[in-house]
Write a protein that binds this ligand. Structure first.
Ligand SMILES: Nc1ncnc2c1ncn2[C@@H]1O[C@H](COP(=O)(O)OP(=O)(O)OP(=O)(O)O)[C@@H](O)[C@H]1O
Ligand SMILES: [Mg+2]
Length: 325
């Protein structure tokens, strides 16, 4: 479905190649290993004690397992899921024409539960689902196709869109469908991912809620191990690109503060800052580069975390002034 190209960085790399290299950089946190382990728990162990791609089935109920990945927009859910799947030795993402045991779907904002079934059917190669087909008929086609294609893991990203109330939307039906996906004839493990609206809706049905344990992506706290991993990751990228970080050593703290600890947004801002410096043909990253990249995304602020003041004093000033972007 998606091919991953990652050309190496060399001393001769052009600015465009350096930017492409930087775009592909992924920073690992402890949550990467934790998610890997939780996903492994959705599958059976083989005779050699290694995980298989065969969904674990509860022998008493015949049900497979589910889980829910939850975090604010920009926290890094999709990046984490895709990265974990890509680096898994046993799971592989299927496309319309490429083989794989995992189907990864992203729910568009206006999608209904029937539209999700249509996407599953079409993504697994079913030619065309009639728009007159009833929802249960469409689901029956979708489930059949999942079985035929040997899909053992279904990932439904942005699943909170299915939980939005509105005309043509059936939130209760969507919640029930999530549960029934674990109960079908063809066993498939299910990961649903979304913002807080997703667990809020799923909670309304205790039976579904208990079947989708939550894996949360919290904000990175200042001074935490994750914050240190973020800082190390950014410094490593800068060094590889021949860039120098600002001397006072606080750029990554300022970025995390500016992005309220959101991992994905913080990495994105840090990458934008580095790309701007590369495109300017310079090697020294300055605080005003960060200020510029931040303003380009969020607009100008009278005071920002990238003002050239001593960081701890500025941070206190921003907090006292009720700073928020
Ligand atoms: N660990 C990471 N290392 C490098 N980049 C990351 C990491 N996590 C996230 N990003 C980047 O941050 C941005 C936001 O991440 P992502 O799209 O995964 O967030 P999300 O939680 O799925 O947001 P949304 O709910 O809006 O879909 C992306 O550009 C992504 O590539
Ligand atoms: Mg996402």
């Amino acid at each position: 479905m998606f091919e991953f190209h990652d050309p190496a960085l060399t001393p001769e790399s052009s600015v465009a190649e350096k930017c492409a290299w930087l775009t592909n950089r992924y920073i690992k946190l402890d949550r990467d290993v934790a998610l890997e382990e939780q996903i492994a728990g959705l599958f059976k162990m083989g005779d050699d004690d290694a995980r298989t791609a065969e969904p674990m089935i509860d022998s008493l109920t015949g049900e497979t397992r589910g889980m829910m990945v939850v975090g604010n927009s920009g926290s890094g859910k999709s990046a984490l899921l895709r990265r974990t799947l890509r680096s898994s030795g046993v799971l592989s993402i299927a496309g319309r024409e490429t083989e794989g045991n995992t189907l990864y779907l992203t729910v568009p904002p206006e999608a209904t539960i029937k539209a999700l079934a249509t996407s599953i059917a079409e993504a697994t190669g079913y030619p065309k689902v009639s728009s007159r087909a009833k929802s249960y008929e469409t689901w029956s086609i979708a489930r059949h196709r999942l079985g035929e294609r040997g899909i053992g893991l279904l990932v439904i990203d942005e699943a909170h869109h299915l939980m939005r109330r509105g005309s043509g939307k059936d939130v209760e039906g969507a919640i029930q469908t999530m549960k029934s996906l674990l109960q079908g004839e063809h066993p498939v493990a299910v990961i649903i991912a979304g913002v807080q609206k997703l667990p809020d809706a799923i909670m309304e049905d205790p039976e579904t809620d208990s079947r989708f344990p939550k894996f949360e992506l919290p904000r990175l706290l200042e001074g935490s191990k994750d914050a240190a991993s973020f800082a190390r990751g950014i410094q490593t990228c800068a060094r590889a690109l021949g860039l120098q970080m600002p001397e006072d050593g606080t750029l990554t703290d300022r970025i995390l503060f500016a992005e309220a600890g959101s991992m994905g947004r913080s990495v994105r801002l840090a990458k934008n800052i580095m790309m701007n410096v590369l495109m300017d043909g310079r090697s020294q990253i300055r605080l005003q580069d960060a200020h510029r990249a931040f303003a380009m995304r969020y607009g100008s602020f009278p005071q920002s975390p990238f003002d050239a003041y001593e960081w701890l004093a500025l941070r206190q000033d921003l907090i006292d002034g009720g700073w928020s972007r």
